[in-house]
Design a protein around this ligand. Structure first.
Ligand code: HEC
Ligand code: HEC
Ligand code: HEC
Length: 145
């Protein structure tokens, strides 16, 4: 068989291309996961995004003050965000449960939602995953007011 070698080489080359394209596709599909396969640009969670800039004061105290019907003053009550919000936002309270409320705040009105459009909408903006234990956590940081 004189032609055997070139055919095997050609087959190997085709297989090589196939696997190279497979891994390239995989690399293209995996989204950046902050703190897992990409740098975490919001390690403090809420207070990394809800900040005061030259154009807008988006700190949570200001956001809450603009709620229709009002919101209790939390400037002194909330020292760590968002864990101190749990002082009122838990199951047996008058206020909505924190997790579901915050999920709704960030995932509703998809067509006009800055969190989805500009911030990629990642769970890992607010959550952490300990890749050793597998435990999910919540980023918590001192208030910025
Ligand atoms: C990656 C940036 C980012 C992080 C982290 C983040 N937010 Fe937000 N948040 C946004 C953006 C952007 C919006 C506006 C969404 C929209 O356009 O509807 C928003 C909206 C909200 C709203 C509703 C404001 C309104 O006017 O309706 C509340 C309340 C809120 N965030 C609280 C929190 C809390 C509490 C945390 C932490 C657990 C948090 N956010 C973490 C970016 C962020
Ligand atoms: C002193 C208690 C208290 C604390 C602390 C508190 N809240 Fe509230 N919050 C309330 C109550 C009560 C309501 C319900 C108001 C109503 O229904 O009129 C509410 C309503 C809200 C709403 C509007 C309801 C909704 O479904 O979107 C948002 C958003 C909110 N709180 C966010 C926060 C965040 C974020 C924190 C922490 C920074 C926080 N709250 C801390 C008592 C509290
Ligand atoms: C803007 C911040 C934010 C984002 C984004 C976010 N979470 Fe949460 N999540 C919270 C907060 C705050 C809690 C309440 C923590 C507590 O009560 O101890 C929570 C709680 C949870 C819980 C516990 C059950 C509950 O509802 O309280 C689960 C499960 C969860 N999140 C999953 C997710 C998943 C999946 C995503 C992405 C699709 C996501 N979260 C995105 C802030 C966020």
């Amino acid at each position: 068989m004189k032609t055997g070698k070139p055919i095997i080489i050609a087959l190997l080359a085709i297989a090589g291309l196939f696997f190279a394209s497979l891994s390239a596709t995989a690399a293209g599909i995996v989204p950046p996961l902050p703190g897992i396969n990409a740098p975490d640009t919001q390690p403090k969670g809420c207070v990394d995004c809800h900040i005061k800039t030259a154009s807008r004061d988006f700190r949570l105290t200001v956001v809450l003050a603009s709620i229709k019907g009002g919101h209790p003053d939390v400037d002194k009550l909330v020292k760590n965000v968002p864990m101190d919000c749990l002082k009122c936002h838990y199951a047996s309270q008058m206020a909505p449960v924190l997790g579901s409320m915050v999920h709704r705040n960030h995932y509703q009105n998809q067509k006009d939602n800055d969190f989805l459009i500009n911030d990629r909408g990642s769970c890992l903006s607010c959550h952490t995953v300990d890749t050793q234990s597998g435990k999910i956590g919540i980023k918590n940081a001192p208030a910025n007011w």
